[in-house]
Write a protein that binds this ligand. Sequence first.
Ligand SMILES: Nc1ncnc2c1ncn2[C@@H]1O[C@H](COP(=O)(O)OP(=O)(O)OP(=O)(O)O)[C@@H](O)[C@H]1O
Length: 345
Amino acid sequence: MNKQKVMVGMSGGIDSSVTAYMLQNDGYEVEGVYLKLHNRTDGYHEKNLGYIEDVAKFLNIKYHILDLTDKFSKEVYDYFVDSYLTGTTPNPCVKCNRQIKFGAMLDFAKSQGASFLATGHYAKTDGKFFYEADDKTKDQSYFLSQVSPDALAFMMFPLSTYKKEDIVKFGAKLDVAYKKITEKSESQEICFVETVYTDVIKRHANIDQEGDVLDEKGNVVGIHKGFAHYTIGKRRGFTVKGAQEPHFVTKLNPKDNTIVVGKKEALEVNEVIGTNLNMFVEDRKFSCSVKLRYRAISTICDVEIKDNKIYIFLKEPVFGVAIGQLAVFYDGQKVIGSAWIESTK
Ligand SMILES: Nc1ncnc2c1ncn2[C@@H]1O[C@H](COP(=O)(O)OP(=O)(O)OP(=O)(O)O)[C@@H](O)[C@H]1O
């Protein structure tokens, strides 16, 4: 019988390298694909491809290189820069998973006759839904929740039941090609941000222009260093005259380069409206739990979908919800949908 072909998204990191090994061990015909997404530093791709080459040799597998730099630049990078410049907080990994990894990379995998596309993400899928990974500290279900429901039947996450530290230990013993990978530094949270996000934004706009800090009534109470340096909930890097208690950013106004601050209570949110829904269930009115940012504790809510928007009524207030982040709906460990946060009350 012919073996089923699995395309593995290979980054040159330990997770995807172990993923390829595991699937081969399970009897699949494995091929790899490396995506060129951005040129963060000189020699960035060459370095990654060096690791992939060694792993591919060890496994005796073929690998492809897919240049998606233009698509990534338009759909992920530009969106990232534009979001900060318009005062919202982007989530580029969510966009990338939908458009790039489980959009263009999946199309490529299918075009090569692969039955599945596997990655080293920490999440689970049964072909219909995503679920949280067993290693909750690494769980990436939040970032996958905008992926088109049609894509799930082709996805495999062999690491879903493992702890990251065990994958690293396993890799270090497997072969010298893998050991080398475990010795390099961990990848960045956002792959094209080397240090801090503001360094990226600074390449496109002068964000270091001081502006007024306003209280909720619009009175000038201090100075900040440029609105794009702040996100909702931030409490440092600006002055507030005579403040006895900590003040937090509650609003960014790119038009006049002002930021609004308030005490903790001012960050309290009880209702959220989301757009660009991606739902894995048909229901239009239900109760569930929701995460309003990655690593947030989930909150119980009632939701209602009307006219392509989702209205989220939180059972308990949540502090510091940023416009532009994703609201991800869970039923226990199961992801039942997600929507981009458009406004809060
Ligand atoms: N440039 C790329 N080309 C192909 N696949 C990629 C690329 N970047 C990431 N992936 C796939 O997406 C998965 C998740 O990527 P992410 O950057 O979140 O994880 P990671 O923990 O750094 O993974 P890894 O250890 O494999 O680099 C990777 O394990 C890999 O399968």
